[in-house]
Unconditional design. Sequence first.
Length: 240
Amino acid sequence: MKKFFCAAVVVTAMMGCTPSVAPEHNQPERFPSMSAAAPEYRIAPGDELSVVMPFNPELNYEGPVGPDGRFTMPVVGTVPVGGLSVPEAGEAIDSALVDHKIARAAHSSVSIRHYAQVVYVGGEVKLPGAVPLRNRMDPLQAIAVAGGLLDTARSEQVVLIRPGADGKPLLRTVDLDALIHTGDPTQAVALQPQDTIFVPRSSIAEVDQWIDQYINRTLPFNRSVNYTINQNAGTNTTTP
């Protein structure tokens, strides 16, 4: 019989306190599905924008968003676009063109040529590493960019790790089998910047080892994680 589990995750702080990370079903707002009203992608420093002016092609420009969230265009100058959606950035650039009396009525077309924000995909995938986060990307799409699953992957128990607002990780599982075969919308989680997707091979306990090797050394996550795994035969607890 196919095994399922739900994780009750307790993260032990390095300073000695023991805060709890609530299960996914208690925090649906932290893991919105694509069927929900997923937020639009917000432009971030390092994103490379392309601005096309259909009626003023001499003003076409491509360039990066600066660390301060400003986009600098010749003649126009700097335009604050950090945190804006792509349509909002187009409106901001149009306003700047009009304010500088460069155009009476600007109609720019803005697109993102390169995404600076990333998610991390590891475990049983062909090309583990950072994957550019694109608008409304879900775990299946990110894994596809990472080369797809290996034959040894446990696709019904993929783990999504998300930095919480307080710096502590939130964890939930994603059943890719349900997403692929039945189109279960609850498994199409809308990814956010710095999310980590781990595809286990044989046991969910491998997640802790991977966190220690690849995440704790680069991200401010706490090091001790306890997993409670509910299986058909009962409940097993694995403590790293």
